[in-house]
Design a protein around this ligand. Structure first.
Ligand SMILES: O=C(CO)COP(=O)(O)O
Length: 248
């Protein structure tokens, strides 16, 4: 199998005003470096359209951070996948642990959102990950496998991206070590290929306190096909350093 091109994705979460986007885009335009990966920024929904324009010609794709399972309707405050696509977005994160926690999102809802994303022509980035107590109890592989199976749309998997984000590593400065990441990613790959041959094509991202200082090590782990970066993706220089950390 040919190696999957890494995806370096930034999740800005609920951070970013137009000026922040302008500064970020300017720094990316002035950047002399290149990446062996594809680049993606998922800004707040209010900036999706502006980001598509600001990143024009820079080779940075834009995505949403969530979408509703329905294509339209009476759901105040929600955003539908076709709206993200119409604004120029190409990806959407679904099932981030912050949404699973803050909005009690279930795997079944995440799966419905992923299906809505696919129907709108978006690539869903489905997030899964264990809590600290689950890791300490030795349940990590069982937890992520169950969540993966229950969050996956039916059929061909080739258009999906999966992000393994251990909840205890998000925004804490703690990262899973290379052995822990390798173990989970190998397991996810095995589960995906056992479900469908196209499981070999699914990009598996790691997320959780990815920084310039640990990106080379993380991106070198077997079956890590990219990273989902929170805090460090807000700082153009850090995002650039992570983008350049893709192995040859
Ligand atoms: O949740 C994350 C990306 O979706 C990770 O966030 P941090 O990189 O800030 O830990």
């Amino acid at each position: 199998m040919t190696a999957l091109k890494p995806l370096i994705a930034g999740n800005w979460k609920m951070v970013g005003l137009p000026d922040d986007l302008g500064r970020f885009a300017e720094a990316m335009r002035a950047w002399g470096g290149t990446s062996r990966g594809d680049l993606l920024i998922c800004p707040p929904a209010t900036l999706i359209g502006a980001a598509v324009q600001a990143f024009n010609g820079l080779g940075i794709a834009v995505g949403g951070q969530d979408c509703h399972a329905k294509a339209s309707g009476a759901h105040t405050g929600d955003i539908a996948a076709p709206m993200i696509a119409a604004a120029g977005g190409a990806f959407v994160i679904v099932g981030h642990s912050e949404r699973r926690a803050d909005h009690a999102e279930t795997d079944a809802q995440v799966r419905a959102k992923a299906e809505a994303a696919l129907a709108a022509g978006l690539t869903p980035i489905i997030c899964i990950g264990e809590q600290l107590q689950q890791r300490q109890a030795g349940e990590t592989l069982a937890v992520v496998e169950a969540s993966l199976r229950a969050s996956l749309p039916e059929g061909d998997l080739a258009r999906l991206v999966i992000a393994y984000e251990p909840v205890w590593a998000i925004g804490t400065g703690l990262t899973a070590n290379a052995d822990q990441i390798a173990e989970v990613h190998a397991h996810l790959r095995q589960v995906l290929t056992s479900i469908h041959a196209s499981g070999a094509q699914v990009k598996l991202l790691y997320g959780g306190s990815v920084k310039p200082g640990n990106a080379v090590e993380i991106l070198s782990v077997a079956d890590v096909n990219g990273v989902l970066v929170g805090g460090a993706s807000l700082i153009a220089a850090d995002f650039q350093a992570i983008a350049m950390a893709c192995p040859a």
